[in-house]
Design a protein around this ligand. Sequence first.
Ligand code: ADP
Length: 628
Amino acid sequence: MNRPISSVPFYRSIGFILTTVFLLLAIVPSATFAALVIDRANREAREQASNQLESVASTKTQEVERWLESGQTVLQLVLLSQNQELEQLLQSDLETEAVLRKNEALQQELAQQGIFNEFFIYTPTGEIMFSSALSQVGKTVSLQPYFEHSLLSFHIEVPYYDVATSRLTIIFTIPIMDAGVGLVGVLAGRADVDELSEIMTNRVGLGDTGETYLVSRENNYFVTPSRFEGYGQNQAYHSYGIDQALAEQNGSSIYADYRGGQVIGVYRWLPELELGLIAEIDEGEALEAGRDLRIQSLLTAIGLAMTALLFGITAARWLISPLRRLTRAAEAVAAGQYENRVAVRRNNEIGVLGEAFNRMADQLVSKIAELDQRLKELDDTNRALKIATNKAREVARLKGEFLSTMSHELRTPLNAMEGFTSIMLSKMGGAEYNEASERYLQRIDANNKRLLQLINDFLDLSRIESGRLELVQTPFEVAPMVKHWQEQIGVLADQKGLAFAVHIEEGFPSTLYGDQEAISKIAFNLLSNAVKFTEQGNVELSIKAAEDTWLLQVSDTGIGIPLHAREYIFEEFRQVDQSSKRLYGGTGLGLAIVQKLARLMNGTITLKSEVGQGSTFTLTLPLVTTTT
Ligand code: ADP
């Protein structure tokens, strides 16, 4: 039967595996490479953004500090230019004219700078004596948050909501000291946060989404406006950056800003103003910077993978094509196309395999031819053998026929001779002879009997060998049969002075099925041999059953049979040695007949013997007690 070598050819699996391996080999490193590059690009973009924000935050911190310093300088200059007069004015009773003059002077000072929108001077008790805004004169500031500090040294009050102007206000103050008296008043400048807002809302270096703003510790309000719509100043804002800055920390991080978007942020604490400065940019925008690099590395990775795939497929093809050719050739040869050869010209193991395959196919062809030739010869021999066998059979048949015819023909005159010899010996019919003649007559009778026995044995043997002996399976009584043997053999035993004992096992079936004549022939042969080869002692016959067989055993105390002769004495015309013939006569056919009959009855014959002690022949036959 022609079975396919495999449902999925091996070379196809190899191709698949190779391509997959190449693909994996390409994908894994290029994907890792791409991931690393992208990660690096992102990290660098974040770092760059963070650095950028740091420098923006630093610049703006410096600007705020500069602004504060400028405010302080301006206030000091105003104090210097006004000081002399002020000390006197503050210590004397004021005249309206003096007040007006002073106010005017302060207004002039105000016009010369761009930080403050009001200068005012108040007494140590907090009463405003002079102001660039006339409406403020006479008001008291003793309850303002800066008042206490302002009496001690230069002070900047952190932004607060001025109720009067409803604006976020920053107050700078400087005490006015008289050499003799000490504190005589305080010069204060009022600035609003517009300047700071301007600094903060300057977007240089902040891209599309970046912003900087100031947050007050008071209620987490924005001191400067958000860059984005909808985020008013007077409400509380929280984010990681805002909270860190207001906890007086400086640093940078990535976090969700007050709008909820992911940002990269830098936070600073400005101690002079007690404000948090935050610089932030959307992370998305920061990462945009690395976009080109990401796309590039992705494309490179895909390119690498495709190249590897192409390479893998080509390599797999190159590797498996000879295998495929080999497989096809093998399949063709297996299907009986022996002339198929494989064209593999590789200088490697596959090439060797191809050559080996071709050589093998050549050998196969020559072996098949050789086998065909042998088969033909065998056929011829068989035919010749058949003819020879038929001839041999024919010869055997003719031999058998000849033997039986000859025996018959011989028996008739022999019987006549035996009859007449008997008559003469019994001196019937007036036969007369002297002593010497009687001895001759007895010799003639004995030889006659031997010849008759020989012919009978011949006849039996030829009948068995030619298959003409047909055994019957009829019931027979055991006891009378054994009694008959006893009578016949008993005479012979008596003549030699031997004891002859017969023993039938107790309970042995009285009736058996089988061929009584054949069994009797075996028993006579064995018993007469036993008597013949025993000079003294006894001969014993015993019959017993053993499971589904029965045994007929003949033992004697005779000369015994040497080991070497135990096989061949069962062959035709074979005796232990020539001396046996001289001493005991016989033809050497008895045991041959015994064995052949035993086999015909599906039985066996075995022999145990010891030279000088005696022999025991055992016939074993199937025990048949019913017809079924
Ligand atoms: P024959 O008795 O006519 O010679 P058999 O075939 O019966 O031929 O026996 C063959 C030989 O086996 C005998 O010649 C004898 O040598 C030996 N033989 C047979 N039976 C006995 C026996 N009971 N004791 C000793 N020798 C025996």
